[in-house]
Design a protein around this ligand. Structure first.
Ligand SMILES: N[C@@H](CCC(=O)N[C@@H](CS)C(=O)NCC(=O)O)C(=O)O
Length: 194
């Protein structure tokens, strides 16, 4: 049985959602970032972390990749061209969505107040709009990699939802519907209800 460390309203939701999609049982410790529980499993105090037996794995997309490979779900097999394309999509989303949203969060509430530069948020919103336009173009099937849900869909949907919460510009209807359909999945609903 896995244990997921990290509050649902954080990148830990990606892990909870993936486990729900895979039908794998887990226990959940909804630790806040930088809490004692977070520090107990990651010296940086960051969430999420996954406990699997004696091992602790950190970083949401590393956790998802591990789980997907182990259970042969939500991913193209490692070592295939399809997987290379899927990973390229994942890393692009990390660069252009996760990093932008994280920078906005740092300059809103994460960094000490004297280090925050709130003006950067306007630039980040423009960058987000550009990335969203590219993502819309890249979305050809019901899912980013075609007919089946894969890890980049979990990442993209999480970031698009995070963007709404952070009051980033609204995306076009195609992306909005894409994320909405993903959020309606029973696995997402079950994960986010925790
Ligand atoms: N790349 C990491 C980022 C983890 C991360 O920064 N998590 C946030 C919460 S969503 C956190 O713990 N922040 C506390 C901090 O940075 O001090 C991942 O995807 O897991």
């Amino acid at each position: 049985m896995y244990t997921v460390i990290g509050a649902t309203k954080s990148r830990a939701l990606r892990v909870l959602w993936a486990l729900q999609e895979m039908g794998e049982p887990y226990t959940h410790i909804p630790a806040a970032p930088r809490s004692d529980d977070a520090h107990a499993h990651n010296p940086l105090g960051k969430i999420p972390a996954l406990i699997d037996g004696d091992a602790v794995i950190t970083d949401s997309m590393a956790i998802l990749t591990y789980l997907a490979d182990k259970h042969g779900k939500l991913t193209a097999p490692a070592g295939t061209i399809a997987r290379a394309h899927q990973d390229a999509m994942t890393f692009w989303l990390i660069d252009e969505f996760d990093a932008i949203l994280w920078a906005a969060a740092k300059h809103s509430f994460v960094l000490p107040e004297d280090l925050r530069m709130p003006a950067i948020k306007e630039v980040l919103k423009v960058e987000f709009e550009r990335a969203a336009a590219v993502l819309t173009d890249r979305l050809e099937g019901p899912f980013l990699m075609g007919d089946n849900i894969t890890l980049p869909d979990i990442l993209a949907c999480h970031c698009l939802s995070w963007a709404i919460g952070a009051k980033f510009p609204r995306t076009d209807d195609k992306l909005f519907q894409y994320a909405k359909t993903l959020r309606e999945r029973p696995a997402f609903q079950a994960a986010s209800a925790q």
